[in-house]
Design a protein around this ligand. Structure first.
Ligand SMILES: NC(=O)c1ccc[n+]([C@@H]2O[C@H](COP(=O)([O-])OP(=O)(O)OC[C@H]3O[C@@H](n4cnc5c(N)ncnc54)[C@H](OP(=O)(O)O)[C@@H]3O)[C@@H](O)[C@H]2O)c1
Length: 328
């Protein structure tokens, strides 16, 4: 039995559910899958039970209204966001007739995730959770909080699968890898990235993830001479050397909104390189008028999905049912 994941047939069936109800360009085909142009993000919010429940309800409502891209990270609200997604997935499959194969579930690993709340003593937490079990050493945590060694990513991927109650992550991102560039040389950085890609390719073969990539904040927005700069071409080359032409490095995520348009050149480059672009912080974290902000990001060629953080059902309904942003 194949592990359950988003499939071409499942996501196409999801699109059919909304025929005539969403704009023509609402669903986009990438990497053989059908993705909605609006995805739900789960970054912001308090680490409390009220927010857990609100996110679970928001994810259910988003899927009911035509959003099949769900984005998280192990460290979002200290693993609570992934666990809320897990709750939502149960409700969607058990009570609303949606299949796992219809949904594109994306998450990230790299930062210390903590567990439900910040630890009292950071060093004890790292020691008990990662050092003693042999997953990582203190020195592996760059800046005391970011790690992308193969063993650490493996541990984090497995934890995310458990948190969400799924067998396979559709898109697994290394989270803000540029945060290591302030501490290690460029050549060390790319050799770490290669080691990470090798492990992620192995997980693809084992069915624990379908595609991988990097989710960034500054890496794809800063100029080439900046220390934090990422070369997408170099990353794709590394993935191709490891995984061949069918390598799984197929998604990148970067902030793109009215106040942060710098990523446009990498968005163009990604199209040439067969890499799908997902925009984050589409509303500049709630600081831009949502309608204007969405119109801008969704009409940018080369962006497949714009992520919007939504912990409230009211926001889900507003963003997914208002004007056709994509047909203009
Ligand atoms: N480096 C990275 O990898 C990275 C960085 C940032 C973001 N991301 C991803 O991208 C997603 C989106 O970014 P973001 O959450 O940081 O910021 P965002 O989407 O720009 O803004 C989210 C904020 O906007 C509010 N909002 C949503 N719809 C609204 C509406 N119709 N009217 C008024 N307010 C509205 C939300 O409120 P409620 O919560 O109350 O609904 C939330 O506070 C994240 O959730 C995350 O999945 C990734």
């Amino acid at each position: 039995m194949q592990p359950k994941r988003a499939t071409p047939e499942g996501t196409a069936r999801y699109r059919e559910r909304f025929e005539g109800r969403v704009s023509n360009n609402h669903f986009r085909e990438q990497q053989g899958l059908v993705l909605s142009s609006i995805g739900i993000g789960t970054y912001l919010g308090e680490a409390d039970e009220d927010t857990d429940v609100r996110y679970a309800n928001a994810v259910v409502r988003a899927v009911q209204l035509g959003c099949n891209v769900i984005d998280s990270a192990a460290n979002y609200r200290f693993q609570r966001s992934e666990r809320s997604i897990g709750q939502a997935l149960k409700t969607l499959t058990n009570e609303h007739g949606f299949a796992r194969e219809e949904l594109v579930i994306c998450t990230k690993g790299g930062y210390l995730p903590f567990d439900g709340s910040p630890p009292r003593n950071m060093r004890d937490y790292v020691n008990e959770t990662f050092v003693k079990p042999g997953i990582a050493s203190f020195a592996d945590f760059v800046g005391g909080m970011h790690c992308m060694t193969p063993a650490y990513l493996q541990d984090q991927l497995e934890q995310s699968l458990r948190n969400m109650g799924i067998e396979c992550v559709d898109v697994y991102y290394i989270h803000n890898p540029e945060s290591q560039l302030g501490y290690v040389s460029e050549s060390e950085f790319y050799s770490r990235l290669r080691a990470a890609f090798e492990r992620l390719e192995q997980n693809r073969r084992e069915g624990k993830l379908a595609y991988y990539g990097v989710a960034t904040w500054n890496g794809f927005r800063v100029p080439a001479n900046s220390r934090e700069h990422h070369s997408l071409a170099r990353m794709v080359d590394a993935a191709r050397e490891i995984g061949g032409d069918e390598h799984g490095f197929r998604f990148i995520q970067l902030p793109f909104n009215l106040a942060m348009p710098e990523g446009i050149s990498v968005i163009e480059e990604a199209q040439q390189l067969g890499v799908t672009v997902v925009a984050s912080a589409s509303l500049l974290q709630g600081r831009i008028d949502p309608q204007t902000a969405l119109r801008f990001v969704l009409s940018t060629e080369g962006i497949t999905t714009a992520l919007i953080g939504m912990s409230r059902v009211e926001h889900v309904e507003e963003n997914l049912t208002s004007t056709d942003y994509t047909d203009e």
